[in-house]
Design a binder for this molecule. Structure first.
Ligand code: ZN
Length: 55
């Protein structure tokens, strides 16, 4: 498995995938911080990439 540095643990899909969107990270509430440290879910970006295709 190739590690994609632009993909965070909370991302459902890689950022360059079609039919995706970004949502505020639920874990940190979009702040990118949790307990004074970088949020592990979004990697500090405050947002996660989700698949929004074919609902
Ligand atoms: Zn987060």
């Amino acid at each position: 498995m190739v590690t994609n540095p632009s993909k965070h643990p909370g991302d459902e899909v890689p950022p360059d995938t079609e039919q995706t969107g970004k949502l505020p990270c639920e874990r940190c509430g979009g702040t990118g911080q949790q307990e004074g440290k970088q949020c592990p879910e979004c990697g500090g970006s405050g947002e996660v990439v989700v698949n929004v295709g074919d609902a």
